[in-house]
Design a protein around this ligand. Structure first.
Ligand code: AGP
Length: 516
């Protein structure tokens, strides 16, 4: 059997089995379920009925798959909370917690709902709903092309996905911008009532949370409402005050659309009468299905555990959504929108240049990969890119790294500064530049070794930094943040490669965290 999730009442069930003299080879909740099914099969020979009886006794979030030796050509699966999707091929059937598991073999998917159980044979399935009624499977055609989940010649999925970002920006532009301006329908703005919204809470985890932090910088001025960015694992338990009747919107940001804490947060907010909107990369994912409105990203399958193209796509999608909402609220005029759309069209070109810096970053990684600690600093949205850069390095190279608002250093973290800790400063030519530069000077005055991501032609940067990683400079701060991100993504990637870690499947991490 295969089990993804947590059986919360497994200890009581285990006591019952121990009392029957059952011997256990492990301490896992999974083995308890296996024994329960084996016991049930003694009194209910039909595997599907035995499974139904056992599932009714389990508490928690889980998806399960069984093979029973009496019918070895069949697989039985069940979903409760954790994601489960079946792929219907030609004379073959697949299942996984995510469509990326089989998108290279079939684009015909059946997304299971909570409480559903399926019997799988090669090329056919039977499905029962939570009331034990047999139902006909609803087949969804996945938009991702075969091969989109391939490495396409790149050494790692992460590297491929970093290089895919210009294509993702172009696909996103095509999806949400047309000759009249923004496609409000595609942005999901027609399925919610933005005019009612007085408060916006963004709930997310990890990198998606940082995309939310970046979005706050443009959502508040464009919508004229206060925006709270919340860690979903905290939001779901802190019982925040949520004004009902649609005055509060809770926006979930999630690549996979299956992150348990984010899903639970929007379920909680829904009960409180909030409007639920999501920015998500997987069609028909649980978070998409739980939302009143969804902006479906066009990043394509993201396989590398360390999120890269999904992050820049989330920031760009949130920005286009905010522009659309601002237009609906009469806070953005046509000329302002048109000039932003012109800038957007150049972003793809600048992004295509970003890999020019890769060679310099490989060389830099060769100098830095043995340091045990790193600091990343920036101001404004560059503060968020510093946090994201630190997370990327931590995730795949296992080096301890912290991201800080540059103005915060003198309130403590500057005590860490010496020759032994490389400092990566995100330094675009924006209205934070001078302030950030003086923070960098404070660090250098204490022997800090600063590596700037910014304009390599800027003499002041060259004078103060050990090395400047070139990054194209643009006027629009959102597009600039996306460009700066590529630099920290490449740095994390090449440091990890130098350290020989498993870049695509780092230790202790899963691509989609479907349990609490
Ligand atoms: C990012 O590199 C990590 N994989 C992780 O922090 C991730 O962003 C987080 O688990 C949220 O995932 P989601 O976007 O699928 O909800």
């Amino acid at each position: 059997m295969i089990h993804n999730g947590i059986i919360e009442n497994y200890k009581e069930l285990k006591q019952e089995l121990l009392a029957k003299g059952i011997h256990f080879r492990s301490e896992t909740d999974t083995e308890v379920v296996a024994h329960l099914v084996a016991e049930e099969l003694k009194i209910t020979p039909m595997p599907i009925d035995a499974l139904k009886n056992v599932i009714k006794r389990l508490e928690g979030a889980f998806s399960l798959a069984f093979i029973v030796d009496s019918v070895p050509d069949q697989i039985f699966v069940a979903k409760q909370g954790s994601p489960l999707v079946i792929g219907l091929g030609d004379k073959e059937t697949f299942f996984g917690s995510d469509i990326t598991a089989f998108v290279n073999y079939t684009q015909k998917a059946v997304f299971l709902h909570d409480g559903e159980i399926a019997q799988i044979k090669a090329g056919e399935i039977r499905l029962w709903d939570k009331n034990d009624q047999e139902i006909s499977p609803k087949i969804t055609l996945v938009q991702w092309s075969p091969g989109s989940a391939d490495k396409q010649g790149f050494r790692h999925y992460m590297l491929k996905e970093i290089h895919e970002q210009p294509r993702v920006v172009s696909a996103t532009t095509q999806a949400f911008v047309n000759q009249d301006g923004l496609n409000l329908e595609a942005l999901g703005l027609k399925s919610i009532d933005i005019k009612k919204v007085k408060t916006l809470h963004i709930v997310a985890c990890g990198t998606a949370y940082y995309a939310g932090m970046a979005a706050k910088y443009f959502l508040e001025p464009l919508l004229g409402v206060s925006v709270n960015v919340e860690l979903a694992s905290e939001f779901r338990y802190r019982d925040p005050y949520l004004a009902p009747n649609g005055e509060t919107m809770v926006m979930a940001i999630s690549q996979s659309g299956e992150t348990a804490d984010t899903l639970a947060s929007i379920k909680h907010a829904k009960e409180k009468g909030c409007q639920i909107f999501s920015i998500c990369n997987v069609n028909y994912s649980s978070i998409h299905r739980e939302s009143d409105g969804t902006l479906l990203m066009h990043a394509g399958p993201e396989i590398g555990v360390a999120s890269t193209k999904a992050f820049t796509s989330q920031v760009l999608c949130a920005y286009l959504w905010a522009l659309g909402a601002s237009q609906i609220l009469g806070r953005l005029n046509k000329d302002e929108l048109n000039s932003i759309i012109q800038e957007l069209k150049t972003l793809q070109l600048y992004l295509a240049q970003a890999p020019n810096a890769e060679e310099k970053i490989v060389e830099l990684a060769g100098k830095l990969y043995q340091y045990p600690n790193f600091l990343f600093i920036g101001r404004g949205m560059s503060n968020v890119i510093a946090l994201e850069g630190a997370l990327k390095l931590k995730e795949i190279s296992y080096i301890h790294a912290e991201g800080y608002a540059a103005g915060e250093l003198k309130h403590g973290p500057i005590a860490l500064v010496d020759k032994q800790i490389p400092i990566v400063a995100i330094l675009p030519h924006d209205h934070y530049f001078e302030k950030t530069l003086s923070n960098v000077e404070e660090v250098c005055a204490r022997e800090g070794q600063v590596y700037g991501i910014g304009d390599e032609k800027d003499q002041r940067l060259k004078d103060i930094c050990v090395q400047v990683v070139p990054c194209p400079q643009v006027k629009n701060p959102v597009f600039q943040a996306i460009l700066s991100t590529v630099g920290v993504q490449f740095l994390a990637y090449h440091v990890a490669v130098k350290r020989g870690t498993d870049v695509d499947q780092p230790r202790n991490l899963a691509k989609s965290v479907t349990v609490e």
